[in-house]
Design a binder for this molecule. Structure first.
Ligand code: E4P
Length: 223
């Protein structure tokens, strides 16, 4: 199971790499905005981190969400990808134009992450067309009152049935419970924000237990 960080902030990514051994980064236009930098400067920072962390560290960068044609997505996506071809993955929406762009990127051997996936059939299409990652957004579906466990299990079954190499990157993850459920359902990767990981790796009982054990330790002669 791989953990990606949903962020474009250099300090968060460095911390998460050093402390939690995260395996990659997913950025989107909202994360780039939160980084406080212009688009190209933020993407250049991500490229620098990618070169530093090695080629296994996948970094998704999304094309301009205003694009409505595959040609525009490919033109921009290729320019972005060329800023760090060893690490960058072009993020495209699960739309008709996005799927067409995915096919063109496939001919160029440029890896893509299909984002904003809300149905198993969208994931099926991404798998058929050779996406590197599919990003089902479970947090948004759950907030909309939809169930998500069966959603991920269904994508896992479909990908197993047809031997797709596309990795299932569960996105918009809001808490540790969802991380565990994605892992149990057979997802390959989760991506979550800094605070979600920070809270998930702790539990209120752990410090309570440590205090109990520390009291016992103090009340016991060492020799
Ligand atoms: C991941 O690739 C997505 O950009 C991300 O998970 C979106 O999640 P959000 O709703 O937390 O922004």
């Amino acid at each position: 199971m791989k953990f990606f960080l949903d962020s474009a902030k250099v300090d968060e990514i460095r911390y998460a790499r050093e402390m939690w051994a995260i395996d990659g980064v997913t950025s989107n236009p909202r994360h780039i905005k939160t980084s406080g930098k212009p688009f190209l400067a933020a993407v250049e920072d991500l490229a620098t981190l990618g070169r530093e962390f090695g080629e296994d560290f996948a970094i998704s960068v999304e094309v301009n969400p205003h694009h409505t044609t595959a040609e525009a997505m490919v033109e921009e996506g290729e320019r972005i990808w060329n800023m760090c071809p060893t690490n960058f993955v072009v993020k495209l929406p699960c739309t008709e134009a996005g799927y067409k762009a995915l096919q063109i990127f496939g001919e160029k051997d440029i890896p893509c992450n299909m984002t904003l996936c809300f149905s198993a059939v969208q994931a099926l299409q991404a798998g058929r067309l050779g996406a590197r990652f599919i990003s089902p957004f479970i947090g948004w579906k759950e907030a909309n009152g939809e169930e998500v466990e069966h959603f991920i299990e269904e994508i896992v079954t479909i990908y197993d049935n047809f031997d797709f190499a596309t990795e299932i990157l569960v996105a918009a993850v809001r808490n540790g419970r969802q991380i565990a459920e994605a892992a149990a359902a057979g997802a390959d990767i989760v991506t979550a924000g800094f605070d979600v990981y920070k809270e998930s790796f702790e539990h209120p009982y752990t410090p309570v237990g440590l205090k109990r054990f520390a009291d016992a330790w103090d009340a016991t002669p060492y020799k």
